[in-house]
Design a binder for this molecule. Structure first.
Ligand code: ATP
Ligand code: MG
Length: 654
């Protein structure tokens, strides 16, 4: 942990705007009143076993009932002990069995414009064939299968196909390097890898199979490689005896291959974190608790109704794609949109085009995308009819209040509630979020905890802090979707999450609770800036910068300062206009005016881009090195574009 850990955080940003849910929304909402929310919340908090036992019985299919709801022996947890279920069955077969087989499960569009729709019945046939195919090449329960695939329906079929036979999937984002794939294959001891012969990205074909071949030269545990033919007429290297075409694998397989009953605590998947704060951790999630958490949080937060067309823009390479493109919405029987390509191909209005074309009702995306849309300009949005939308979501980073306002006005037409959802790979699903029919929202706040989530904000000693004091965000009670460990590294699991406070899950984020009981995430514990003994959160200074009309994106970090301990260095990308000294001065004054002299950046660097993870999160730890004039240290395997770092070093103009 950095030298800035410890003590409480000063809170300097205030936000007084309040947006109650529209009455028409509330009238039809799944959860309609504060009283209803509070009743659920209290029940889950005071009697977790009673509450979650009943939820699990109602919302999952059980081949064999569980005998005990919860075994909690911190940090080890088991939910729904003794029960047997199957996540693929819950997401697919359950709906077919209930007569909903004809409903669209996936509506997919490829980047070139090709489209496919799969009903739940179609999905059942496809996952059956694929699961049987996997078994035919020797994949057994507990084996790890690496998935390095484009955002096609087969990626979802691959995940669900693994779940159907109890194989543990490990999805690796299809933009990672051969090195990163090999690392993950080896860390997880994967037996099989699933890939494609290419994907479309900004009009070009990226040849995935060549990258996988390079990775497989360094992945001794991999025995077989299954290759989807995404691109026709593409020369694809195939290794005799090891590589198999997807279409050959499934050709003679049965369409009614049954889902295997699995222990509640059987591993469902491993997923590596984004690597924003350090080397990615292989987070392990299990079957029943995770599936239930994904389903119920989806239904509550996205207010799911039967006729929704729901679109989560996240890639399946991230936890958001796992929980809110696959396991949550499909378990809830939702119709999910899925898109393969870039948001700016063939033009910057592709998302709005898709929303108009498919009459999308719910959009779930990330602040990094929203900031890009703002930068690209309103013209792209104005060309399209977005009136089908009724609800918007945000995830991945804090959303700056000004970006929130743009999302609300421009995309939501001022009528759609926004759910700013705070959670992590480790938490399995959403932990804090507005309930769209109930919660009056404040731009920049993830508002209140969901039923089952008991957050506490504490100081170094673990003492709970008062309202409006910033400190470390912990979760005080186990919840069904929580991680079960770090794959193959029990020590790191305990060290990372349970060593500081043995009875509380340490999230690694800072937060404060305001007098209305709303939570405000204040950035990472490691990113706190300590100016003359005042501990400041990155996000508040960044939000102050973003509230200036010229600024598109801002990242701030501490840098060594002989007098103050730390000074503030800000990296700023502009919407338009020139990076002048004048503007630099203006921005410093702007921050001073918005949140005070203490938070005024000592240094502002204009940048064409700031370093981000492949999932689009700002990597402040790399900026810290640059601001301090040091070499880049630490893990850069999840960095989106190394050139950004080189460029920032060149641009040292202050
Ligand atoms: P690593 O753990 O490897 O450093 P990471 O924390 O970025 O990477 P993820 O699990 O993808 O990996 O991201 C979770 C983190 O993202 C949270 O801990 C939080 O810092 C941030 N985050 C996610 N959603 C929100 C949100 N709505 N508001 C503020 N921060 C958010
Ligand atoms: Mg993290």
């Amino acid at each position: 942990m950095s030298e800035s850990a410890g003590g409480n955080l000063d809170h300097v940003l205030t936000e007084s705007r309040l947006f109650p849910p529209p009455a028409e929304f509330t009238d039809q909402a799944v959860i309609k009143s504060q009283a209803q929310y509070e009743a659920l919340y209290e029940a889950a908090k005071n009697d977790p076993e009673g509450f979650w036992g009943a939820e699990a019985k109602e919302h999952l299919h059980w081949f064999e009932p569980f005998t005990k709801v919860l075994n909690w022996n911190s940090p080890n947890v088991e939910w729904f002990v003794g029960g047997k279920t199957n996540a693929c069955y819950n997401c697919v077969d359950r709906h077919v069995a209930a007569g909903r087989g004809d409903k669209a499960a996936l509506i997919w569009e490829g980047e070139p414009g090709d489209t496919r729709t799969l009903t739940f019945a179609d999905l059942q046939k496809e996952v059956s064939k694929f699961a049987a195919g996997l078994q035919s090449i020797g994949v057994q329960q507990g084996d790890v299968v690496s998935i390095y695939m484009p955002m096609t329906p087969e990626l979802v079929i691959a995940m669900l196909g693994c779940a159907r036979i109890g194989a543990v999937h490990s999805v690796v984002f299809a933009g990672f390097s051969a090195e990163a794939i090999a690392d993950r294959n080896n860390d997880a001891k994967a037996k099989v890898v699933l890939t494609a012969n290419g994907l479309y990205r900004r009009g070009k074909v990226l040849p995935l199979k060549e990258t996988v071949d390079e990775a497989l030269a360094k992945s001794p545990t991999i025995e077989k490689c299954v290759v989807l033919q995404r691109i026709e007429d593409q020369e694809t290297p195939m290794v005799e005896g090891r590589d198999i075409w997807w279409h050959d694998l499934v050709a003679d397989q049965p369409e009614d291959f049954p889902a295997v009953p699995l222990d509640s605590e059987a591993s469902l998947f491993i997923l590596y974190t984004s690597g924003s704060t350090g080397k990615p951790k292989g987070i392990r999630h299990t079957t029943a608790g995770y599936n239930l958490w994904a389903k119920r949080t989806f239904e509550w937060v996205f207010d799911h109704r039967d006729n929704d067309v729901y679109w989560c823009t996240a890639d399946c390479g991230w936890i958001t794609g796992h929980s809110y493109l696959v396991y949550g919405p499909l378990a809830a029987g939702a119709t999910c949109m899925m898109y393969e390509g870039a948001p700016n191909h063939p033009a910057e209005d592709r998302f709005w085009d898709l929303i108009e074309k498919y009459k999308v009702t719910i959009l779930y995306t990330a602040p990094t995308a929203i900031r890009a849309f703002i930068k690209w300009g309103d013209d792209h949005v104005d060309k399209h009819d977005l009136s089908s939308l009724r609800l918007l979501g945000s995830v991945g980073e804090g959303i700056n209040p000004e970006a929130w306002m743009w999302y609300h006005e421009k995309i939501g037409g001022k009528r759609c509630p926004i759910v700013d959802t705070w959670w992590q790979t480790e938490t399995g699903g959403i932990m804090m979020s507005p309930l769209p029919g109930v919660t009056a929202t404040k731009p920049g706040s993830c508002t209140r905890p969901l039923p089952g989530v008991v957050p506490v904000v504490v100081d170094e000693a673990g003492t709970e802090l008062d309202v409006d004091q910033g400190g470390m965000l912990c979760i005080a009670q186990p919840w069904p979707g929580m991680l079960r460990g770090i794959w193959g590294d029990e020590e790191r699991y305990v060290e990372q999450y349970w060593s500081k406070f043995p009875d509380k899950y340490l999230t690694g984020d800072n937060a404060r609770r305001d007098p209305d009981g709303y939570y405000w995430i204040m950035g990472r514990i490691d990113d706190v800036i300590n100016v003359s003994g005042h501990r400041l959160s990155t996000i508040e200074v960044e939000s102050a910068l973003v509230s200036h009309p010229a600024v598109a994106e801002a990242a701030v970090v501490g840098r060594p300062d002989e007098i103050k301990g730390q000074g503030i260095a800000a990296f700023v990308t502009l919407k338009s206009g020139e990076p002048t000294d004048e503007l630099r001065k203006e921005l410093r004054l702007h921050v001073r005016k918005e949140i005070g002299a203490l938070a005024q950046p000592d240094e502002i660097r204009f940048a064409a881009a700031v370093p981000k993870t492949r999932s689009g999160k700002i990597m402040r730890r790399l900026l810290r090195d640059i601001a301090a004039g040091k070499e880049t240290a630490g893990d850069t395997s999840t960095l989106e574009d190394y050139a950004v770092i080189a460029k920032l070093r060149e641009n040292d103009e202050s």
